[in-house]
Design a protein around this ligand. Structure first.
Ligand SMILES: [Ca+2]
Length: 451
């Protein structure tokens, strides 16, 4: 089987890979006392305007804010702009053009069984399991291929997109139907609490993709019967926050907080228009599915009491591919051999150390991509922007600019884009009509001979 190997890196790419090499170098397992439990809470469609610690004006998220107050807010950490690509990048540590999962339909129902990657992907769950962690996935498993157990999750509860009050779900591979009157987000929380209770004495990894606040927006158990649509939206934000608070309270009760790293993040930007959820009175540029700041720059917190600096804001560039290498480093796990990983560990920053921050982040969705550094952004359609007022404004830079800094930055970013070319896009995939990637592993059908 063909394996992807590390290609000759450009100087920039080499810089980005330094973290990976460093991770490899410290891959020896550590004593259990230094290996944290890891819980990754991934909220669905929660942008900067929907959490109050990021300055969202209309919503109150006191429990999530408390995580930020007790931990570090990574305010330049980029997801992909849509659920499926974002989650697959997060879990594999690889960009969409490498995995083929460049849209929600790349592994969607219409293509079930049609996608055969040239190289089997490895999720962080497998890596941590091999390092002695017990692993669980609980919440939305939509847009992911296969069952969680195939990806190294010891236990799992898998629900669909925006599944609140009815429908089927999968419990440890077995199909179940949600009981009438049962609320899927509560069931997910109960599953996690039960899992933690049974595994509190060994290192665990929990991938917790919350059901909230994906559409359809419905009543929560706390909603009033006559709530307006906008009130229901706020109710969903509040319930998400309440569940985060309940989970933290459970960890407190079990005296696990200082042994547990919690990461809270939104998987992509808000589905609502920027005017619906302003930040400190201003409108974010773009929202979910856009190649703008509001598509990918969301709330991200790392909280590990006693280790992560409390109340800090870290401005280093980071993206969702980074968590794979970060978690491997924190757990002392070995990285999979022969796999090109895009991540750049932020384990040092999580521990309050300086680290070696990335020079740029990469974002891709359905044939579109961009790369940005601390100031400038270059898209694969040639758009070039000054981000000095981001995430509110992305200022176009004229093609004939004479600004030496802009010219140098554009050249540097173009080299990164040349090394990271978005997967070719076929609109039919978005419509669920064609597989995203040719089935290179499948035998060719013999041609019918005409008689
Ligand atoms: Ca999403």
């Amino acid at each position: 089987m063909k394996r992807t190997v590390l290609v000759s890196p450009t100087p920039l790419l080499a810089c980005a890979l330094l973290g990976l090499v460093a991770s490899n170098a410290v891959a020896a397992p550590k004593a259990d006392s230094s290996r944290p439990n890891i819980i990754f809470i991934l909220a669905d469609d929660v942008g900067l305007g929907e959490t109050s610690f990021t300055g969202g004006d209309k919503f109150k998220t006191p429990h999530i804010d408390a995580l930020a107050k007790g931990g570090t807010h990574f305010d330049h950490c980029y997801s992909m702009p849509m659920c499926g690509p974002s989650r697959f990048t997060l879990l594999t540590g690889r960009y969409p053009f490498r995995t083929g999962l460049a849209s929600n339909n790349s592994f969607g129902k219409a293509n079930a069984g049609a996608y055969r990657p040239a190289q089997p992907e490895v999720m962080i769950s497998s890596v941590l399991k091999d390092a002695g962690y017990v692993t669980a996935a609980a919440g939305k498993w939509g847009q992911m291929p296969e069952e969680p157990s195939k990806w190294g999750f010891s236990e799992s509860l898998g629900a669909g997109n925006g599944q609140y009050w009815k429908g089927g779900y999968t419990l440890n591979g077995k199909k179940e139907t949600l009981e009438e009157g049962k609320y899927m987000p509560d069931l997910t929380h109960e599953f996690i609490v039960d899992f933690i209770g049974r595994h509190k004495d060994q290192p665990f990894f929990i991938y917790y993709p919350m059901i909230h606040i994906h559409i359809p927006i419905q009543n929560t158990p706390d909603s009033k019967p006559d709530a307006t649509n906008d009130q229901l939206y706020a109710d969903n934000v509040a319930y998400m926050d309440k569940l985060v608070g309940k989970l933290v309270a459970e960890l407190d009760r079990l005296k696990l907080r200082e042994k547990t790293l919690i990461v809270f993040a939104g998987d992509n930007g808000s589905i609502r228009q920027p005017a619906f959820a302003p930040v400190k009175g201003r409108l974010i540029s773009g929202n979910k599915a856009s190649m703008l700041e509001g598509g990918s720059r969301g709330p991200v917190i790392a909280n590990w009491p006693g280790t992560t600096p409390a109340g800090a804001v870290n401005h280093d560039l980071a993206d969702f591919s980074d968590f794979f290498t970060t978690f491997a480093e924190l757990s002392g796990a070995s990285l999979p051999q022969g796999v090109t990983l895009d991540g750049h560990s932020i384990a040092p920053q999580i521990k309050g150390e300086k680290g070696t921050p990335r020079d740029w982040v990469y974002v891709e969705l359905m044939g579109k991509s961009f790369v940005r550094d601390a100031r400038w952004k270059l898209a694969n359609d040639g758009g070039f922007f000054d981000l000095k007022d981001a995430p509110f404004n992305e200022i176009p830079v004229a093609k004939d600019t004479t600004d030496a800094a802009a010219i140098a930055a554009k050249k540097k970013l173009q080299a990164v884009l040349d090394d990271h070319q978005a997967a070719p896009w076929d609109e039919q995939v978005r419509l669920g009509k064609k597989p995203a990637v040719k089935d290179t592993a499948a035998p060719k059908k013999p041609k019918k001979s005409k008689k």
